[in-house]
Design a protein. Structure first.
Ligand code: HEM
Length: 204
């Protein structure tokens, strides 16, 4: 008989899907702004700029709430890869993703309320949420308030390094999202992890 546990409280699920909607909006409008082509616009330039600004400010607010809720609820602890043996657990998990899964081997670690993420998930979620996202948001805010940027940096216009950092962190989030969706299919069935992110219930 399959066993299930209530894993993800409502606030995490609401945060997660709001975050997804805002990020997809930012990616589509961001691509329209970056590869702007007046003859073939994905979203017309000035409309894309307005939507990108509103979604960007909304994401700053949603991210702030995410950090506060993680501190208050203690969920931040899930993101900490716990020693001893973190490297070993990463290796075991990586091997399972690369070939164990294709040979029908069982998941190397069992999900529990105390330990929701495996070591690779903890590290990648931590890097995305606490290193890449804040830098992406901060560089976006500097674009909104360009007077915050220095006039010149490393001999270039002060906004150029900000633009490069914003583009690279945005691209890293897109790459993360692609890998994240693929790895989301590696639960008990191909859709069970998506189900958990909707209902909160995890099935072993
Ligand atoms: C269509 C896009 C996305 C889908 C379908 C998706 C799906 C999922 C699923 C199924 C889970 C639960 C399983 C797990 O914990 O790994 C999850 C968790 C998570 N996702 Fe996503 N995701 C998407 C986009 C994103 C994006 C863009 C970010 C961040 C930039 C993100 C960050 C996270 C985080 C941090 C968790 C763990 C939440 C927690 O339990 O504290 N996801 N996602």
């Amino acid at each position: 008989m399959s066993e299930r546990i209530y894993l993800l409280p409502l606030w995490i699920r609401v945060w997660h899907w709001t975050n997804v909607l805002l990020i997809i909006t930012l990616v589509v409008t961001g691509i329209s702004l970056h590869f702007a082509d007046p003859k073939l616009p994905l979203v017309e330039f000035s409309l894309a700029a307005r939507i990108h600004d509103i979604a960007g400010f909304s994401l700053v607010a949603v991210y702030g709430l995410f950090v506060i809720a993680n501190i208050v609820s203690g969920n931040w602890w899930q993101y900490v890869p716990k020693p001893p043996g973190v490297l070993e657990r990463c290796k075991v998990q990586g091997k399972w993703y690369l070939w164990g899964i294709f040979k029908g081997e069982p998941h190397p670690y069992r999900v529990s309320e105390e330990q929701n993420f495996n070591a690779l998930q903890a590290i990648s979620y931590w890097v995305i949420m606490y290193m890449i996202m804040p830098v992406m948001l901060l560089s976006g805010l500097i674009f909104q308030f360009p007077q915050l940027a220095p006039d010149r940096l490393f001999g270039f216009d002060g906004l150029l390094p900000v633009a490069i950092v914003h583009y690279l962190t945005g691209a890293a989030i897109v790459l993360f999202m692609i890998a994240h969706i693929y790895l989301g299919t590696t639960g008990k069935t191909a859709t069970s992890m998506f189900g958990t992110m909707i209902t909160g219930w995890h099935e072993h």
